[in-house]
Design a protein around this ligand. Structure first.
Ligand code: GSH
Length: 214
């Protein structure tokens, strides 16, 4: 059975857990990180020298980094669903996954920390406005892409949808003003119908509010 290390409140754990659900593999999730701690123990550092969750263990194979875990699960268990065997088509999915980490995620995670995790009295409003502008630009880019296709890399849901799709639950639930982005909203509605998304990503984040200690 797969083992996934990491607290469910971690967005990167959610990404990995969503992919696990999509490939339908049995998996034991072990709480680690945050209030659970344990990331600096020798056993954990032997799995991930960076001391971060998620970590996936599949028999003798240990995989760290959430996008690498999504790709591993897709390649090993998601042939024809999450993973496209055609390298030319798969390149499109890969491009969206890398763009998520390099662009969308940077503004998204900094905004989430600055707005949700940072206590309201310490908010840096000018910085938050800059981050939100960047986030809006990224979601507008996604909206344009999704005007032409129902899923990020084409007609079908695949691994490309997982990293960027993970960000949407918190984006829509943070209580901020959002521009009208109809194609992004339609994609989010489609993702919300997936049982694996409901179980792994639609997790209230009240326990993270005002917490900057992990
Ligand atoms: N690039 C890594 C980032 C991993 C990361 O920063 N994980 C956070 C949780 S989202 C963590 O381990 N934080 C320490 C903690 O939870 O105690 C990935 O995508 O997996």
């Amino acid at each position: 059975m797969l083992k996934l290390w990491g607290r469910i409140s971690s967005c990167n754990v959610q990404k990995a857990l969503w992919a696990v659900g999509e490939v339908g593999q049995p998996c034991e999730r072990i709480d680690a990180g945050g209030a659970f701690g344990g990331l600096d123990s020798p056993d954990f550092l032997a799995m991930n020298p960076l001391g971060r969750v998620p970590v996936l263990v599949d028999g003798d194979t240990v995989v760290r980094e959430s996008n690498a875990i999504v790709r591993y699960l897709a390649a090993r268990y998601g042939q024809g669903s999450l993973w496209d065997a055609d390298a030319r088509r798969r390149a499109e999915a890969d491009a969206w996954m890398d763009w998520m980490l390099a662009s969308l995620y940077r503004d998204w995670i900094d905004f989430f920390w600055g707005f949700v995790r940072c206590p309201p009295q310490d908010h840096d409003h000018a910085r938050l406005a800059r981050l939100l502008a960047g986030l809006t630009a990224s979601y507008t880019r996604l909206d344009r892409q999704l005007a032409e296709r129902p899923y990020l890399a084409g007609d079908n849901f695949c691994m490309a949808d997982i990293p960027a799709g993970m960000t949407l639950y918190r984006y829509y639930e943070m209580g901020i003003e959002r521009p009208e982005l109809p194609h992004l909203a339609a994609w989010y509605r489609r993702l919300r119908e997936r049982p694996a998304y409901q179980q792994a990503v639609m997790i209230p984040f009240d326990d993270l509010k005002g917490r900057t200690d992990f």
